[in-house]
Design a protein around this ligand. Structure first.
Ligand SMILES: NC(=O)c1ccc[n+]([C@@H]2O[C@H](COP(=O)([O-])OP(=O)(O)OC[C@H]3O[C@@H](n4cnc5c(N)ncnc54)[C@H](OP(=O)(O)O)[C@@H]3O)[C@@H](O)[C@H]2O)c1
Length: 263
């Protein structure tokens, strides 16, 4: 597939992660626009030959794929300002949580195809999990969106009514997993490792555990059974964690996150 020119409107945490992920995948930087109002904060991307500007209209006019990565409270005013410049040649992709396909379409001409994408910040190292949803995009345009997000990690298509759940499990999930790793590091230091060594051991161990599931397709409990010797230290520690509410607190955290989106 030939490279489309991509404009990322909103070069904050996620917008720049996407740009960096595209660069890592050999996208031509001259065909990537990133915008924000404080454009000097994009100088590091400019140094990599990405087109940076505060002029959203210019970026929209140059690109065929538009990725909106603004905070939810900004999107309506920005889309209204840009709607006269967004034509059916554009594919509009929004990574904004809590802003529906219907709300996006209401800000644009009826012929514009819109796609919601929910990636996470691991896009910067091409390890994102991205969920895509659309109601009116053609197969060709869904393939274009998939092509971009496949370069940034794994992609699946979901029904839009699961987008809040995708936000929590996939995007907030990065923070949950990192807090888990941080706790492992703190425990590792308490049992004798320096912080750097504990970080290395905890991070690689969590990566290995994920890969066991991703590569073997096993249920987590099947892999846990392999390391829990009867009367051994692993089961003693695991059971103590469960007595302290480990799984329960994680599940409650996930349901609290989704309640806070949907309230
Ligand atoms: N962070 C994540 O892990 C994640 C994951 C999935 C989805 N999301 C969604 O992605 C969106 C962005 O999140 P974020 O964490 O990247 O937020 P962020 O860091 O605040 O980025 C938003 C960017 O938009 C820019 N901006 C504001 N007004 C603008 C305008 N008129 N034109 C162009 N750019 C403008 C801001 O820069 P200036 O102030 O310089 O304009 C800012 O850099 C949110 O809706 C969030 O729900 C985030």
């Amino acid at each position: 597939m030939n490279q489309d020119t991509i404009a990322i409107i909103g070069g904050g945490n996620l917008g720049r992660s996407i740009a960096e992920g595209l660069l890592r995948n050999d996208y031509n930087p001259a065909q990537i626009y990133v915008t924000r109002t404080k454009v000097s904060l994009l100088d590091d991307l400019k140094a990599k030959n990405i087109q940076t500007t505060s002029d959203n209209i210019k970026a929209v006019q140059q690109a065929s794929i538009l990725i909106f990565a603004l905070k939810p409270y900004r999107i309506e005013s920005v889309l209204k300002e840009l709607s006269a410049h967004i034509t059916p040649k554009h594919v509009v992709i929004s990574v904004i949580s809590d802003f529906s396909l219907e709300q996006l379409s209401n800000c644009l001409a009826p012929t514009i195809q819109v796609i919601r994408a929910m990636p996470n910040t691991a896009a910067a190292i091409s390890q994102s999990m991205t969920c895509l949803a659309t109601k009116n995009a053609s197969d060709e345009n869904i393939a274009k969106a998939k092509f971009i997000f496949d370069a940034l990690g794994e992609t699946i298509e979901i029904d839009e009514n699961l987008m809040d759940a995708a936000t929590v499990l996939g995007a907030c999930g990065i923070a949950y997993a990192l807090r888990f790793i941080r706790a492992m590091i703190q425990g590792g230091i308490e049992i004798g490792f320096d912080a750097k060594t504990a970080t290395k051991i905890a991070s690689q161990t969590v990566k290995g555990a994920s890969e066991l599931l991703l590569q073997n397709g096993n249920h987590p409990e099947e892999e846990i059974d392999k390391v829990t010797t009867p009367k051994g230290c692993t089961i003693a520690g695991l059971n103590e964690m469960e007595h302290q509410g480990f799984s329960s607190s994680l599940i409650k955290g996930i349901t609290t996150s989704i309640e806070s989106i949907q309230k």
